[in-house]
Design a protein. Structure first.
Length: 105
């Protein structure tokens, strides 16, 4: 299965123009609690089945982890479970954080 990958910049643009995009953050609970994209959903082994059951399969998902590696397999898994439009964010939360810091300067 080919995983669609997007940059943090592209993810930011999609969030601005498509209100149906859902950010899925698969980092550990402590990291998610310390900082995350507003409106994102923390996804873990404990809640993934509930998320899959409660989320429409036509919801576009952007999956992020720390650096964009683990999110690729999570993206493939969510696609295999029926989600039609899934993306792995290259660079993960670190790339997002750098993008946001760059916008402040």
């Amino acid at each position: 299965m080919i995983v669609k990958r997007i940059s943090a910049e592209k993810a930011r643009d999609m969030l601005k123009t498509r209100p149906n995009i859902q950010i899925v953050d698969i980092r550990d609970a402590h990291s998610f609690g310390a900082s995350h994209i507003p409106g994102s959903t923390h996804l873990s082994e404990q809640n993934i089945e509930e998320f899959i059951e409660e989320t429409r399969s036509d919801t576009a998902l952007i999956v992020m982890c720390y650096h964009g590696i683990s999110s690729q397999s999570a993206t493939a898994y969510l696609s295999s479970r029926g989600f039609i439009e899934t993306y792995s964010m290259d660079g993960g939360f670190e790339a997002w954080k750098l993008l946001c810091e760059g916008l402040r300067h």
